[in-house]
Write a protein that binds this ligand. Structure first.
Ligand code: SF4
Ligand code: FE
Length: 487
């Protein structure tokens, strides 16, 4: 049965023996590294969900795949209906609840759904064979229940210049050699969520390419332990707290996210792993479709983490003894309103989904972009409200080491006491969890990624402008009030 447990997943990632540069050292044994281990646990939760004791959760994390005619983990599923699209978002929210962080596995699911349909449409126009290749590849991913990282963002160099006009053409990943049986690629992909916790990676172009830019119009897959693929771990705010003896100051001790710079140093890609190579007219569609699926994703995962932030904020209000103040109640309601608005967008773009020519289902493009544009704002406002409610101790708490110190410890316990019956250590734990999300390691995914992941707000505005049908709205006005002239 193609449904691994979290423990089985960790064993297979360990067996890949990946190496990464981390804080100036080349490290191995990554699954046990204190900076990496919480992110491995977060991905493991996506496997354990499919084996949850709770029937509803278990079913949510599973889906019937026509590709391999078996039940698969939903994180490898090609969506077959609007219900599937909605279940994806609901599962992501649930996963955010379970981990309180980015669980990293959605990028591959979003890449697969985009490449599946774009390769089909490309074959139809260019008589290429990408779709069958991809389908065979993805059947194996489903059957072996693997984690795949979707790699899109090129470094881009001078943003005012096209790939071929850059001083260094490698600033956009490209084909540097064509050989019999495949191509050699060189370049880098930035911000790679969960790369070191993935078995495989799928590369896609990062912009809409034009004729003359064929070398940059490349999509392919490969195992993460392919020779020539190199990783440089991205650090997070307060990450070295994970290396401290009393790691309570991390806030979320069990789970965390991961972002990696991935370098492709003249890496060979065999033909059967290439899904786009030179067809510039399909590069933009691949970018757009992947981005839209990922913009939908944020209507689930950020909301799940938002639930944790709201819960922690309500709890600290209780611990501080202010839970009955009317302004606290109002602010909590505002947080809920913001969170559920993002969720509504995630569900709406899913419910309005439609089939692609290849047969999998795509979200409503306009609503997915509205979803993500809200995500660029609302978590920031929720973080502001959480900071407001929690109070200044959020930024000035003594360390866990001091709490355990024989001189400082008793003072901390005495002077940080709050509402009756609240343990000081529990109060500190809640403060640290909020800090993690609004200013610590968790804020990378909860705030910065909410802004820039799946494209910055300007990218969503462009799509909303394109999809918003302003001319159609003008026409409706003319019909309503009887204007006959065309202009
Ligand atoms: Fe999934 Fe959200 Fe992490 Fe992206 S940020 S990989 S959608 S959990
Ligand atoms: Fe993301």
């Amino acid at each position: 049965m193609p449904l691994k447990t979290g423990t089985e997943y960790i064993a297979t990632i360990k067996a890949l023996n990946l190496e990464s540069h981390i804080l100036g050292k080349n490290e191995t044994g990554l699954t046990d590294h204190p900076l990496i281990q919480p992110s491995v646990s977060a991905v493991a939760a996506t496997f354990d969900g499919a084996h949850s004791a709770d029937e509803q959760t278990r079913q949510l994390f599973r889906a019937r795949s026509p590709l391999c005619d078996a039940e698969v983990n939903r994180f490898t599923h090609l969506h077959q209906s609007p219900r599937d699209l909605m279940n994806k978002v609901i599962m992501q929210r649930r996963c955010g609840n379970l981990t309180g962080c980015c669980f990293q596995r959605c990028v591959g699911m979003d890449a697969a759904n985009a490449v599946f349909s774009v390769s089909f449409e490309c074959d139809r126009r260019h008589k290429t064979q990408y779709h069958e290749r991809f389908t065979n590849y993805w059947r194996r991913i489903q059957t072996e229940d693997l984690v795949v990282d979707g790699a899109m963002t090129d470094p881009k160099g001078d943003r005012g210049k096209r790939p071929k006009d850059q001083k260094d053409p490698d600033l956009y990943l490209r084909v540097v050699k064509r050989k019999s049986g495949g191509v050699v690629v060189r370049g880098a992909k930035l911000h790679q969520t969960g790369m070191l916790n993935s078995h495989e990676l799928i590369v896609m172009p990062t912009i809409n390419l034009r004729p003359g830019e064929e070398d940059w119009s490349i999509s392919f897959a490969m195992p993460t332990n392919t020779p020539g693929v190199k990783f440089i771990y991205g650090r997070q705010t307060s990450d070295t707290r994970k290396l401290e003896a009393f790691n309570m100051d991390v806030g979320n001790m069990k789970f965390g996210g991961q972002e990696v710079m991935t370098v492709f140093d003249d890496v060979f890609v065999p033909d059967d792993r290439i899904f786009l190579c030179g067809e510039t007219d399909f590069s933009g569609l691949m970018v757009e479709r992947f981005a839209a699926y990922h913009r939908q994703s944020y209507g689930g995962c950020k909301v799940g983490v938002g639930d944790i932030l709201i819960g922690a904020t309500a709890l600290i209000a209780k611990m501080n003894g202010v839970e009955n103040a009317s302004h606290i109640k109002e602010k909590l309601v505002e947080m809920i309103h913001l969170n559920e608005t993002m969720f509504s967008c995630g569900i709406a773009c899913s419910a309005m989904g439609h089939p692609t020519a290849a047969g999998n289902f795509e979200i409503d493009m306009l609503l997915a972009n509205v979803c993500k544009l809200n995500v660029t704002r609302f978590p920031y406002e929720m973080a502001r409200l959480a900071t407001d409610i929690a109070g200044g101790l959020l930024g000035t708490l003594p360390s866990a080491a001091d709490l355990n110190d024989e001189v400082a410890g008793p003072y901390i316990r005495k002077y940080l006491a709050a509402a009756d019956g609240v343990e000081v250590i529990d109060r500190i734990r809640v403060f640290r969890l909020i800090e993690n999300l609004v200013a610590g390691a968790g804020s990378v995914a909860y705030l910065i990624e909410s802004m820039h992941g799946a494209g910055p707000p300007a990218a969503q505005r462009i799509m909303i402008g394109r999809q918003g049908d302003i001319e159609g709205k003008i026409q409706k006005v003319k019909e309503l009030i009887g204007i006959k002239k065309p202009n």
